[in-house]
Design a binder for this molecule. Structure first.
Ligand SMILES: Nc1ncnc2c1ncn2[C@@H]1O[C@H](COP(=O)(O)OP(=O)(O)OP(=O)(O)O)[C@@H](O)[C@H]1O
Ligand SMILES: [Mg+2]
Length: 497
């Protein structure tokens, strides 16, 4: 935020006033200097004697101003971030009675900001008088030498007065020079900070140049048999085979995945046939979210470890891949907009704006339509920042409606039913079964009720698939899933008592 406001303004100053005053200074200096040289070259040289010293001083101060200004901007960033966090986290702050300590921390940050700003002001307070001193020295030299010239009749009084007037004319441009240098230092410091953001390249992007990896292309990926160990070596080339159409078969092949060296997924091999449903259960931290994040390439796995329709993910253009996937993340994110825009998000901005009927159908399928209709402004109700005026379950169902509206070939629900009761969950699942017929669905859940009807259930434990099969098969295995089932059965019985 600081970079988008303060820094941007500093760059604007660089482009506007800095250029204007530079031009001003150049024109004034050239004009006045010309006349001064015409009157007396000797006196002009003496008048400009203090100039080299002035430029050394400007250099010296300039560097320091630059450094201090950078530190001030960094501090301003911190303060903005802190203020933003305090507002969006207001509920948590109140719940943990942290108002006073947050105020104190904010106060501290501001004091530090003042301290650093004063440091800069002090520096500038020194720069300007020093420059004026140099100018004063020039005036003294001219008065003394020029006065003598006049006394000895080597120069007329008129020329002497004219010379002095021209020199006075130069006062402002020289001071402006100091100021311009100051603006210039700030502007370039800010430009560097903005450039840092502008030059960022997304880590995950479309493969562009053919054969950029330099590896020769051996065969088409489609003809390789499953599990071929050579597969991972294949370069992510072949734009010829690119096609935006996704049928929906997903496969993980000997997939290993690590975050910064920490292995999270280990040797996962799993095929999800097109049109089927897979449920993933497992203890928290076992890697469920990580596994499904690899499908829309939120994170990138090794080339060839994740395939759709038998082709490496990188064969698909990123936007068509993501457009074919409806992803409901574990943490719902709503925009501070109307509920209608929130559901239509991602489609409204492309080509066709969805009609209200389509939005209603998606809301119906996600079982949120009734709630929305009960709101005073229906679909035009604004949901507040990040959906703060909705309940947790309403937020989740809005997010599901958003994913369903795209009618994706692949739907991924990451614990997306965790905030709804089992009755509502049943309804949503029934709708989903209809809508997702012929499409691929992946559920992540901690609840047996969500997953029991899936075509296959995978149990993830410490990054490995330890159990795989249908509900009945897994119950017969007597492992983690059976445990989970028995516990939840017990809970239900207890709840009924
Ligand atoms: N962006 C990340 N950077 C580094 N480590 C991460 C990141 N995301 C997750 N992890 C780590 O990876 C492991 C698996 O996380 P993941 O979110 O996949 O678990 P999960 O099975 O979805 O858990 P939960 O049921 O709680 O949602 C955890 O140990 C977690 O700390
Ligand atoms: Mg998760």
């Amino acid at each position: 935020m600081a970079r988008a406001t303060n820094d941007l303004n500093a760059v604007r100053m660089l482009l506007g006033p800095a250029i204007m005053y530079s031009a001003n200074t150049i024109v004034f200096t050239a004009g006045a200097l010309g006349f001064m040289l015409a009157i007396s070259p000797k006196l002009t040289v003496f008048a400009f004697l203090p100039l080299p010293i002035a430029s050394v001083i400007i250099q010296y101060f300039g560097r320091r101003i630059h450094e201090r200004f950078e530190r001030i901007q960094a501090m301003f960033s911190d303060i903005s971030a802190r203020a933003q966090e305090n507002f969006s986290g207001a509920r948590v702050i109140r719940a943990y009675v942290q108002e006073q300590s947050e105020i104190a921390a904010f106060e501290n940050a501001n004091q530090e900001y003042i301290r650093r700003s004063l440091g800069l002001v002090r520096l500038m307070g020194m720069l300007w008088p020093t420059l004026e001193l140099m100018l004063g020295a020039a005036v003294v030299i001219v008065l003394w030498l020029g006065g003598r010239e006049v006394l000895f009749h080597r120069m007329s009084v008129g020329d002497f007065v004219a010379f002095n007037t021209y020199m006075m004319q130069l006062t402002w441009p020289v001071i402006a020079l100091g100021w311009v240098i100051n603006i210039f230092q700030r502007g370039t410091a800010s430009m560097v900070r903005i450039e840092e953001i502008l030059s960022q390249q997304p880590e995950i992007k479309d493969e562009t140049v053919i054969g950029s990896s330099g590896d020769p292309v051996i065969g088409s990926s489609e003809n390789l048999s499953h599990g071929s160990p050579d597969f991972a070596l294949q370069s992510p080339e072949a734009p010829i085979t690119r096609s935006p159409d996704v049928v929906g078969e997903i496969e993980f092949r000997n997939l290993n995945f690590a975050y910064n060296g920490t292995a999270v997924l280990k040797d996962i091999s799993l095929r999800i046939p097109a049109g089927s449903s897979l449920a993933i259960v497992g203890p928290t931290g076992s890697g469920k979210t990580t596994l499904v994040s690899l499908i829309p390439r939120i994170y990138d796995a090794a080339p060839g470890a994740v395939l759709i329709d038998g082709r490496p993910l990188r064969d698909f253009p990123l936007d068509s891949l993501r457009r074919n996937i409806g992803f409901v993340p574990q943490e719902t994110f709503l925009f501070s907009d109307t509920i209608r825009e929130n559901i239509a998000y991602g489609i409204a901005r492309e080509d066709a704006t969805p009609t209200l009927d389509e939005i209603k159908a998606a809301a119906e399928a996600a079982n949120i339509a009734q709630d929305i209709e009960s709101f005073p402004e229906g679909y035009n109700t604004t949901v507040g920042e990040r959906g703060i005026t909705l309940s947790g379950g309403q937020k989740q169902r809005t997010a599901i409606a958003r994913a369903l509206l795209r009618s994706p070939r692949i739907l991924i629900l990451d614990d997306a039913l965790s905030s709804v009761d089992t009755h509502t969950e049943d309804k949503i699942l029934n709708h989903l079964r209809e809508i997702m017929r012929g499409r691929t669905t992946i559920f992540i859940s901690h609840r047996v009720s969500t997953v029991r009807n899936a075509d296959a259930i995978a149990v993830l434990h410490q990054g490995r698939i330890v159990e795989l099969g249908t509900h009945d098969q897994l119950i017969a295995r007597n492992g983690y899933y059976t445990d989970l089932y028995n516990k939840q059965l017990l809970e239900e019985e207890l709840a009924e008592v």
